[in-house]
Write a protein that binds this ligand. Structure first.
Ligand code: SF4
Length: 471
């Protein structure tokens, strides 16, 4: 999920095509230095002296899971540090998306094992998708990992860090982050689809939806403690429904949009996206007009091979509704190039769909086989040659950039209310977002979570550039 509306290059490659380009994130504020010569820096909790480090790889779901674990660690009196060697306890929250994910994790585990033998790290945990994978028990034995958790039982970390045991049966009921301007709220985990190329259903399990009242309660609490922007998260977020009830994602979104001043959601599946949800996005002024709807291919033949569960024309119809209902909105997608068996005709169909839908941005992925998936087996017989994949990849990228640039250019001259997000550009401008979901750079000192109004002066394919704020 890892939605990149931050004005950075949002077209990436080489992952699983689920909008979740692997990233390595070290959570937490950069702590003040404990001494002039200490480049890493340590924050010592008042009176406690215990330290912990959380290292996160992967998608937004993982970042959010880390956020929850971080909260537990703080509650247990640990101060967060950035380097393994400064930490008593280390949590490695991992991603299984890349083919070499386990090898990458081995590197970190080797280092942690060494630090533990030297007495610098007291104990460490492996969590997340690699923790849920079958290789985890072998990793545990090889590296002497103290705790291995999957994606559904991160609550067990509580006892590991000295808190009373928790009895929740699934992760979403753990507390989220409070007091920050932007908050992520998981409304469902897992996935009931079986896309040919995807390991998510294997490592995250089947869909589990959180009760509506629990979500609304958390949103209320977050907004009460300062959150200005709430993003609802799920692998197929629009598949959310209340157990045994008639409530669907649209109903939940409306409730949340009544509670929070700014709302967004990711990632959606075309088969679950209802027209009334698209209409709601256009109607409700607290919902950002952005839709990320992964299509993966424009060819019905490839969509069937991928088990996506829809045809390209059905996808096109959804987009028409979105464009009608949210004329100023932004639309992004995921495309996989070079799935096993993809022919030139299939690729042409994808280019045609890109033209028809005129996306504002896209995550473009070169197919990369994941062990344990159907597509990895298919690749043994019908893989697409690397040079062909590379050419198709460039053609898809060009098509997306052209439509993105065209669409962004129509914004020049418009006056926008811009929400200031985190981070700054190299030349010190704030990174923000319009109500339509456009990434925009604006010269302002306003802190994240605030708004400025400014006129768009120029546009590139990935970002709008605004002038001095008008207010
Ligand atoms: S819908 Fe489910 S199986 Fe398909 S790509 Fe998304 S998470 Fe993976």
């Amino acid at each position: 999920m890892n939605s990149t509306t931050n004005g950075a290059d949002n077209t990436t490659s080489d992952t699983n095509g689920h909008g979740s380009a692997p990233v390595s994130v070290t959570l937490g504020r950069k702590p003040p230095s404990k001494g002039a010569a200490d480049g890493g820096g340590v924050v010592l909790a008042p009176g406690a002296g215990k330290t912990a480090c959380i290292r996160t790889f992967g998608c937004q779901m993982n970042v959010h899971d880390s956020d929850r674990m971080r909260r537990m660690i703080r509650d247990a009196g640990y101060a967060e540090v950035q380097r393994y060697e400064d930490a008593d306890v280390v949590v490695l929250n991992t991603c299984y998306v890349r083919e070499n994910a386990v090898d990458r994790v081995r590197g970190h585990l080797g280092e942690l094992s060494r630090l533990k033998k030297e007495g610098r790290v007291k104990k460490f945990a492996l969590t997340g998708c690699v923790g849920a994978a079958k290789e985890s028990s072998q990793l545990r034995n090889t590296y002497g990992i103290d705790l291995v958790l999957g994606t559904h039982n991160t609550y067990e970390l509580a006892e590991f860090v000295g808190l009373p045991g928790m009895e929740e049966t699934y992760t979403p009921d753990l507390p989220g982050t409070e007091g920050e301007h932007q908050a992520f709220v998981t409304i469902m985990t897992g996935c009931n689809y079986q896309c040919s190329y995807c390991i998510v259903p294997t490592v995250r399990g089947r869909m589990a939806c959180r009760p509506m009242e629990s979500v609304v309660e958390e949103v209320r609490m977050l907004v009460g403690s300062g959150a200005r922007y709430v993003t609802l998260l799920g692998q197929t977020v629009d598949a959310w429904r209340e157990k045994g009830g008639a409530k669907r994602f649209c109903d939940l979104l409306e409730r949340v949009a009544d509670e929070a001043p700014r709302v967004s959601f990711t990632t959606s599946h075309p088969s679950n996206m209802e027209d009334r949800t698209l209409k709601l996005i256009g109607e409700k002024e607290t919902i950002v007009g952005r839709l990320h709807l992964p299509v993966q291919s424009g060819s019905d033949r490839m969509l069937r091979a991928m088990h996506r569960g829809y045809k390209s024309d059905r996808y096109r119809r959804k987009i028409e509704v979105f464009r009608d209902e949210v004329p100023d909105g932004t639309l992004s997608t995921d495309v996989i190039v070079g799935h096993p068996g993809e022919t030139e005709a299939d690729h042409d169909e994808t280019l045609r769909l890109l033209e028809d839908c005129a996306f504002d941005s896209a995550y473009v992925f070169k197919f990369s086989p994941r062990k344990g998936t159907e597509a990895a087996e298919m690749a043994r017989e019908t893989s697409v040659a690397d040079d062909v994949v590379q050419r198709r990849f460039m053609e898809v990228m060009r098509a997306v950039e052209q439509s993105a640039f065209r669409r962004n250019s129509t914004k020049i001259g418009s006056v926008e209310e811009i929400y200031v997000r985190h981070g700054r550009t190299g030349d010190g401008r704030a990174i923000g977002e319009t109500w339509g979901g456009h990434a925009v750079h604006v010269p302002t000192d306003v802190s994240p979570g605030g708004y400025v109004t400014a006129r768009v002066e120029s546009a590139g394919p990935h970002v709008l550039h605004a002038g001095e704020p008008l207010s």
